[in-house]
Design a protein around this ligand. Structure first.
Ligand code: XIL
Length: 356
């Protein structure tokens, strides 16, 4: 080979390499317009939601959220305002104000609404139960209270709240003596798990058009996942058309779950005939781990996007780092979201947009 031809070969190889690199980089990372919101970026995949506070506790306020911040999302959930203890603290005395604020905002801004929650062992109301009388009497009182509550709440928000977490967290974390959470006031009043089926029946009757969910944490854990599937099977919830899907809460960490675990969980629920939503996403995280958080969110949203045919929505359990339940729950200040304490986009936001 002459010097000239080897120079030419080198030149053309370099050119081919450069052009290929350019094509590959253009194809894998298209320019995302500055200012793209989460809702816009995931428009073709699934709604992106957030849980919001609305003044239900003295320290909360709906005014904390700017329109720009809420404009990042196209789905809302009440963080507390639709729980029985807030909505109906005394029999027949409803406190609709905080929940109504959220509903009005979502309707005005064309956002989807997920309702949370009708049956839970926490934030329930004492009047719904009695501790006197026989088991039959206690069961009757609890079911009558629940029927009235579900009818009132679901009727008020009919056509606006289009999916409901009907039942939250009734399955045990470890196999122990019972597959269920036996210390729940609902379990004790009913004398078994049958209240779950009754709650779904009440919800179907109250709003036949709403999508009805069972919501829980750790359902990516194979053991708990199986207990949930067994319960749904045993109560005939899919068979009798009473349930539409499951909500995976997704209070996750910087290194769990991994892709396979997530994918297997989604697959198992889909195979059982259920829709799947991610309902309470946040990542336990210190202030100094923000780079890891950005990596983590990019991975998670890449996997969620890959699974988007099987996932109907992804909701964060909060909006920005100024307000997260994780801080109280874990006893240290958490910075788990895509927006900082001032509501500005963090690096994690950019990475989630990239992953779309
Ligand atoms: C939490 C709220 O974020 C807190 O403000 C409240 O004090 C307790 O409840 N799983 C659920 C949610 O289903 O309802 C919980 O929300 C968080 C865990």
């Amino acid at each position: 080979m002459t010097l000239k031809s080897s120079r030419f070969t080198l030149f053309s190889l370099t050119a081919i390499f450069t052009i290929t690199a350019l094509i590959v980089s253009c194809a894998s990372a298209p320019e995302v317009p500055e200012g793209t919101t989460l809702a816009e970026a995931y428009e073709n995949h699934f709604p992106i939601g957030a849980a919001v506070a609305a003044g239900e506790y003295s320290f909360d306020s709906f005014a904390r959220y700017s329109d720009a911040l809420l404009g990042e999302f196209n789905s809302l959930t009440a963080e507390n305002a639709m729980k029985p203890a807030i909505l109906q603290p005394k029999k027949g005395e409803f406190n609709w104000i905080p929940a109504d604020k959220i509903v009005a905002y979502a309707v005005d801004h064309n956002m989807r609404l997920r309702g949370h929650t009708l049956v839970w062992h926490n934030q329930t109301a004492d009047w719904m139960f009695t501790d006197s009388g026989t088991q039959d009497e206690q069961r009757a009182k609890a079911m009558d209270s629940l029927r009235d509550h579900i009818a009132a709440v679901m009727t008020r928000y009919k056509g606006k709240v289009t999916s409901w977490d009907v039942v939250n967290e009734v399955v045990a974390d470890s196999p122990g003596d019972s597959p269920y959470r036996t210390d729940s006031p609902w379990y004790q009043a009913y004398g078994g798990i049958g209240y779950v089926r009754e709650a779904f029946e009440m919800a179907r009757a109250a709003d036949p058009d709403a999508l009805l969910f069972y919501n829980d944490y750790s359902m990516i854990d194979p053991g708990k996942r199986q207990r949930v599937l067994d319960m749904i099977d045993e109560l005939g919830l899919v068979r009798d058309g009473l349930i539409d899907g499951v909500g995976l809460q997704a209070h996750w960490g910087l290194s769990y779950p991994d892709r396979t675990t997530l994918r297997d969980a989604v697959r198992d629920f889909r195979e059982a005939g259920l829709r799947v939503e991610i309902t309470e996403l946040d990542i336990i995280c210190d202030e100094w781990d923000q780079e890891l958080l950005a990596d983590r969110y990019e991975n998670l949203f890449t996997w969620l996007r890959e699974l988007s045919d099987d996932i109907d929505g992804v909701t964060f359990w909060g909006v920005a780092d100024d307000h997260t339940w994780l801080t109280d729950f874990h006893g240290f200040t958490n910075y788990p979201f895509l927006f900082d304490t001032e509501g500005n986009r963090k690096d994690a936001h950019r990475r989630v947009i990239q992953a779309a």
